[in-house]
Design a protein around this ligand. Sequence first.
Ligand SMILES: [Zn+2]
Length: 310
Amino acid sequence: MRILAVDLGGTHATCAMVEDRSIVACETVNLPDSASLRTALKAIEEPLRKLRQIGTAEAIGFGFCGLVDSNGARIASTNGKFTDGPEIDLSRWAMEEFGLHLRLENDARLALLGERHAGAAQDETDVVLFTLGTGIGGVAMMDGRLLHGKHGQAGVLGGHVPINFRGRRCTCGGIGCAESEASGWALPIVAQSWPGFSTSSLAAKKLDFETLFHCANSGDTVACAIADHCLHALGATAVAAIHAFDPDLLIFGGGVMKSADAVLPFLQDYVRENAWTPWGTVRVRAAQLGNQAALLGVVPLFEQESLFVR
Ligand SMILES: [Zn+2]
């Protein structure tokens, strides 16, 4: 079964023709910051038509960086981008433009489906995937099925677990979310308010996690303290997910994993020491598929009708 896959992120859209465990062809389109969903759809129509010339596609699987309603048919809510999303009938767009059925899913859920189908979670049934990047994506599968919940929000807001009730305001409107303590967007804010930041080697650099861990490894005490803060925030987030979803396995992907040598051993130890799991220890592992995970996730999205817990 060949499927056209769309992974619509904040800054770009990736379109692909996928078949089983492989991406047959792929094209990425950059989107302006101000892009509406309507303009994004216009921008991907041509790449999708080109991909279609490769062979017959049976459907379109669409990953979206926001909340999707519990039927997987409409965008329910967005976080700052594509604010016209809830008004748009994507199924109708797919049928009118391509004559194909479309299924919509949150991009993090699709990434977990992809990792289970062809990556780090093969043969696993109870998994939480965290994507550590500009934001923190966290998504859960229990007993081989993605969680959805009544409003489509279950198990998909792992980055918005409040871990500091005295913390700063998050982009979601909450306070002290994991994302507001240890994500790519929060790192400059956390660092610049850290005591002694102006004396740190970080002050002269573009702040990202690779730089943070590099400076920490070089012995910069402020960088060490901030890295320690971020790692503990991620550890608390991981334990919250374990207590909520009872997984066997946690998978971590995203840009922060460029520093996997620093992040993964810490998280494995943190989970071993702080999660209440009398049956054993939840395993911690790196994601394998990177940006391809959500694209490959459209295959099981169509193949397994009984995949979802409502
Ligand atoms: Zn939040």
